[in-house]
Design a protein around this ligand. Structure first.
Ligand code: P1T
Length: 389
């Protein structure tokens, strides 16, 4: 497909954005350019690329694809989601302040509290399901309002357009970690956010074989600074990883449809199960922000968090009884995964905070893959039987 400014549908962009068959060979997939450096015709006058940290053709294709998918002008690829977050936080200065959603990935919480705080960047954690709390949390030093929607792991939503309206009035940039939804289901920049962050490790790559991250924005000043910092901090992905993520993107739409269909069915069944106390899934009408999910997302996603009607031992038995779901951290791959946030992905969050957020010993998180839904249900149902034995 010729890259032009037409408004192609997301499915078409996912297959084609960022690359067109190359002029010399017509290869329909981007070449993996493994070179760490690029010969220059004259000293200090490189062709487009000079050194692999500063830029690489395969990475450039991925970055263009990411920008197109999120509807931004520039995409930046990183070696992990945490590297993307770290680079973005380096646009701040000592004394600056961040308002973060209260429920975020444990590694993001750790970055704010254990890494950035000692450098003089303070973070306030706020429940953004109630926006009256946001304006009081923002200070003259606040530079970012940063949140996940849906959140990891309790799947709360924040109204991106409403947060962006408040922040625009106050001159604060809005950072949305769109890892759980992926751009196939939600495009935060179109709702007014300034920057979208991804752990491309998850749905964007989709095959659990790459750790990667991304930022996308249309903010010109931020683009300039991120471009500098991406090179200066150097947390860049390898060309091979860029290629793999680019390949994963081609099936993002179809994968997300399959994740949503199966997760929707499993969430309904789990909600009716006697050994389940509560199901967190934005697609259920019982979800406190189901209306917002319908408005803001084109599908409620492939993640489900389940409060079992049991204790820590029951959760352990459930997770170890699963046969199709693998007991593992991470999410968004074609294979189904299950994990225990309190002991695994959110262990770096103090117990008192976890308790307040509802990350209890009975909470398990499911990443619903693209296997047959009947096999997934049978697996969950039999593990639930094991849970209280
Ligand atoms: O793992 P990494 O690629 O560095 O991405 C960090 C990250 C950022 N944002 C969100 C919403 C995330 O979920 C993650 C990583 N999360 C897991 C590994 C997990 O199992 O929840």
């Amino acid at each position: 497909m010729k890259q032009d400014s037409r408004a192609y549908a997301f499915e078409t962009l996912a297959v084609h954005a960022g690359y067109e068959p190359d002029a010399s060979h017509g290869a329909v997939m981007p070449p993996v350019v493994m070179a760490s450096t690029f010969a220059q015709p004259e000293p200090g006058k490189p062709l487009r690329f000079d050194y692999g940290r500063s830029g690489n053709p395969t990475r450039a294709h991925l970055e263009a694809a990411l920008a197109a998918l999120e509807g931004g002008t520039r995409g930046f690829a990183f070696s992990s989601g945490c590297a993307a977050a770290t680079t973005l936080l380096h646009t701040l200065e000592p004394g600056d302040h961040v308002v973060s959603g209260d429920d975020v990935y444990g590694g993001t919480f750790r970055l704010f509290e254990k890494v950035m705080k000692p450098f003089g960047i303070a973070t306030s954690f706020v429940d953004l399901t109630d926006l009256s709390r946001l304006e009081t949390a923002i200070t003259p030093k606040t530079r970012f309002v940063w949140f996940e929607t849906p959140t990891n792991p309790t799947l709360k939503l924040a109204d991106i357009a409403a947060v962006s309206r408040i922040c625009a009035k106050l001159g604060v940039r809005v950072v949305v970690d769109n890892t759980f939804a992926s751009p196939a289901l939600q495009r935060p920049l179109l709702h007014g956010a300034t920057v979208v962050l991804h752990s491309t490790t998850k749905y964007i790559n989709g095959h659990s074989d790459v750790v990667g991250g991304a930022l996308v924005t249309s903010d010109t000043d931020l683009c300039e600074r991120l471009s500098f910092l991406q090179n200066a901090l150097g947390a860049v992905p390898s060309p091979m990883d860029c290629y793999l993520v680019m390949r994963g993107i081609k099936t993002l739409s179809v994968r997300m449809k399959a994740h949503v269909a199966s997760a929707s069915e499993l969430a309904q069944r789990l909600a009716a199960h006697p050994r389940v106390a509560r199901v967190h899934y934005p697609g259920l009408s019982s979800h406190p922000q189901h209306e917002l999910a319908l408005r803001q997302m084109s599908g409620p996603g492939g993640m489900i968090s389940v409060e079992l009607a049991s204790d820590l031992e029951g959760s352990r038995r459930f997770l170890q009884a699963l046969r199709v779901f693998a007991l593992a951290e991470s999410l968004g791959g074609v294979e189904s995964l299950a994990e225990h946030p309190a002991l695994m992905t959110h262990a770096s969050i103090p117990a008192i905070n976890r308790k307040a957020l509802g990350i209890s010993d009975a909470l398990v998180r499911l990443s619903v893959g693209i296997e047959h839904v009947a096999d997934l249900w049978q697996d969950l149902d039999s593990a639930l039987q094991a849970c209280s034995s």
